[in-house]
Design a protein. Structure first.
Length: 255
């Protein structure tokens, strides 16, 4: 069953813009899709999504957020009051089709930020190509961001994901929340890990301060809301952590 909270707007064909100098037309450039995906629960997907939302918003982007976890939609609950945000389950093909319509909607020129729910591996393998093809056909880059932990079971579906989404640029995140980079021994010493490290597609993300995580998870506040309405201690913690997070995520968020 697919659950959709707030109805996506109908898609529209890309609107060409006129080049007055030579009389030609060109399609509007669309910002990328960034999808946080990891079928194992508890790997910092929603917190990393909230981090990306903060940094993109502060850089002036108009984001569309999609939370695919209808049972515990942390991203949706924290962000739907301040930006367009949908909650769409990916437990069958209908959810993938709904998201593909958003991806292919040329009226959405800003980045599309997707927080993937745990599980749904088979549905993802069967239907993820719909997302990648929709992005490529309207000229959006597709960036897949995979947070891992210290255990083997956070790695086992990465190759399946790459096969299901050949258009995607895949990056691995080693969250500092779980340990220092050298403590990710299972990943670092695997053939998969060596490949991503050699290609410089591994990001070491500083841990989000616990006070900010509580605001996000318990009080349903986005990090942008914390910056605007948080108490002095929360804002100070945010100000110390933010530049470290921005530097770490620069390879993903600068395009």
């Amino acid at each position: 069953m697919t659950i959709i909270m707030t109805r996506p707007q109908p898609s529209a064909p890309a609107a060409p813009s006129r080049d007055r100098a030579n009389g030609t037309t060109a399609m509007t450039k669309l910002d990328p899709v960034l999808m946080l995906w990891q079928p194992k629960g508890g790997c910092n997907k929603s917190v990393t999504t909230a981090t990306a939302a903060l940094l993109l918003t502060e850089s002036g982007f108009s984001i569309v957020g999609i939370d695919t976890d209808p049972t515990n939609p942390d991203v949706y609950r924290a962000h739907h009051g301040e930006m367009r945000c949908e909650c769409i389950a990916l437990d069958d093909e209908n959810g993938f089709t709904s998201i593909a319509r958003l991806i292919s909607d040329a009226r959405i020129t800003g980045p599309i930020l997707i927080s993937g729910a745990a599980g749904n591996v088979e549905a993802f393998k069967d239907n993820a190509a719909t997302l990648g093809l929709s992005a490529s056909r309207v000229g959006r880059r597709f960036k897949m961001i995979v947070p891992i932990d210290l255990d083997t079971d956070s790695l086992i579906h990465i190759e399946d994901m790459a096969e299901a989404l050949p258009e995607a640029e895949i990056h691995i995140i080693r969250p500092r929340y779980f340990g220092r980079p050298e403590q990710f021994e299972v990943f670092n010493e695997s053939d998969l890990g060596r490949k991503f490290l050699a290609e410089r597609r591994v990001i070491d993300l500083p841990a989000v301060p616990a006070a900010l995580v509580r605001r996000f998870k318990t009080d349903r506040m986005s990090f942008s809301a914390v910056a605007q309405r948080g108490d002095v201690a929360d804002v100070a913690a945010l100000d110390v952590w933010r530049p470290k997070a921005r530097a770490a995520l620069a390879p993903l968020l600068d395009w």
